[in-house]
Design a protein around this ligand. Structure first.
Ligand SMILES: Cc1cc2nc3c(=O)[nH]c(=O)nc-3n(C[C@H](O)[C@H](O)[C@H](O)COP(=O)(O)OP(=O)(O)OC[C@H]3O[C@@H](n4cnc5c(N)ncnc54)[C@H](O)[C@@H]3O)c2cc1C
Length: 398
């Protein structure tokens, strides 16, 4: 296979590249680049600019706002957004709920929710994991009991990312308590303002409020909020999780970080010169860059295969991309902390005088929080240990 882009693909790449840099506000891209938390407004602003161009949900069916792009075009689009430090379209709306609804929902539900999800008029969150059900998701216990034309939902979800912003939650709930555990699960959506829903923050290592616990106490949910068939939710969840894993390698994001590290290293004083004069440091940067190139080629091979008619199942190679991609994202944030050195301590701990960075080095304040925040990438979307199991079964045939 030929891994070089065609002339049309290069033209497409340049079009996406200039759009990202010219239309998405520089301040939002700076926050992404430095690994600072984004506000809800930042995500909404960026997504609406993409949506107005028809680029918020290119992978959806055309009638619901998608584009007839090839897998390589989709790959180029994602990589260009990441390299320009543009926030990717809100993942729960665009990569999880939207594709499930477009594939398994009824016409009324599609009309009610899809356009609003693409434009981020509604913010969706994902209610899958529970305190006793993460890797072993099918053990979930949150139950929905039919009562006339409603379900009554009781239970708890956890790690609900950005649930504090959410208007809606899509959940896996148990609707048949007797059936084999995968068989008794349904896919139900709930309005977050429903009486009986409580959201409690979980503060992560770096001190941010990104994840939550969500409690359901006799929440009454209209039966029309069931997506697809009752007790078929596990099939829809598998479809959704395969979508979640594809593209999780975020190679463009790490590329952008490595470029930044190279630039910042030349400015960061060290001994008589700069950090870039340190051969060991340069060697570690080169190591990540080489690994990243190898991963990029693998990702393009997987993308090219997705374009062929003989592959309808998610490629188990997406597990490999997830493992290596998350390791390299973490390695890049480690290099940033090394580069910031003692300045990566939080300002109050640095004290006064020489412990403080020179002017124009604001980025050092975000280095450690971004490092801590990135510990999550080897856990979510199915932990890396679980991905090893998928590779053992799907690729090595063990
Ligand atoms: C920052 C963050 C955001 C998240 N956002 C969401 C969200 O929005 N919505 C949502 O529903 N969930 C979310 N999750 C949950 C995430 O999907 C789970 O954390 C993940 O699936 C692991 O489950 P667990 O935390 O229960 O760990 P466990 O499943 O209890 O695993 C604990 C450890 O055991 C290992 N392990 C477990 N089973 C096996 C096995 N069979 N073989 C080998 N090793 C194994 C795991 O790899 C892990 O190291 C998020 C998680 C994080 C950290």
């Amino acid at each position: 296979m030929d891994l070089r882009y065609t002339a049309d693909e290069i033209a497409f790449r340049d079009e996406v590249r200039s759009f990202c840099r010219e239309k998405i506000p520089a301040e939002i891209r700076r926050k992404v680049s430095e690994g600072r938390g984004l506000g809800k407004d930042d995500v909404v602003t960026s997504q609406r600019i993409l949506n107005a161009r028809g680029w918020a949900v290119p992978h959806w069916p055309k009638e619901w706002g998608g584009q007839d792009w090839t897998p390589i075009q989709r790959y180029i689009y994602t990589e260009e957004l990441l390299q320009a430090a543009v926030p990717l379209p809100q993942q729960f709306n665009c990569y999880m709920f939207g594709p499930v609804l477009a594939t398994f929902g009824n016409q009324e539900q599609k009309q009610r929710f899809l356009a609003r999800a693409a434009n981020l008029d509604d913010w969706w969150c994902q209610g899958f994991s529970e305190p006793g059900a993460g890797s072993d998701l099918a053990s979930l216990k949150t139950k929905a009991v039919r009562d006339g034309d409603h379900y009554v939902v009781d239970g708890q979800k956890t790690w609900t990312t950005l649930g504090q912003h959410a208007d809606w939650i899509f959940c896996l709930v148990r609707t048949d308590m007797e059936a084999k555990k995968q068989r008794g699960i349904s896919f139900l959506v709930m309005d977050m303002t429903s009486p009986g829903i409580t959201v409690r923050p979980i503060i992560t290592l770096e001190g941010r409020h990104e994840v939550n616990e969500v409690f359901f106490d006799s929440v009454r949910v209209p039966v029309e909020n069931l997506i697809g068939e009752e007790n078929r939710g596990w099939d829809y969840a598998k479809f959704l999780l395969a979508n979640e894993r594809t593209g999780i390698a975020r190679i463009g994001l790490t590329k952008e970080r490595i470029q930044r590290i190279k630039r910042l290293a030349k400015e960061m004083p060290s001994g008589a010169g700069s950090m870039w004069d340190d051969g060991d440091f340069r060697g570690r940067v080169a190591e990540v860059e080489i690994e990243l190139k190898a991963l990029e080629i693998t990702q393009m091979r997987v993308a090219a295969k997705q374009g062929r008619a003989d592959s309808v199942q998610p490629d188990p190679a997406s597990s490999l991309l997830k493992i290596r991609g998350s390791q390299l994202q973490q390695a890049a944030t480690e290099l940033l902390v090394e580069l910031a050195g003692p300045f990566s301590l939080a300002a109050p701990q640095r004290g006064a005088g020489a412990n403080n960075p020179p002017g124009g080095f604001d980025w050092v304040d975000a280095a450690a929080p971004s490092y801590f925040n990135n510990r999550k990438v080897s856990i979510y979307g199915g932990s890396n240990e679980i991905q090893h199991n998928v590779i053992a079964k799907g690729i090595l045939g063990l």
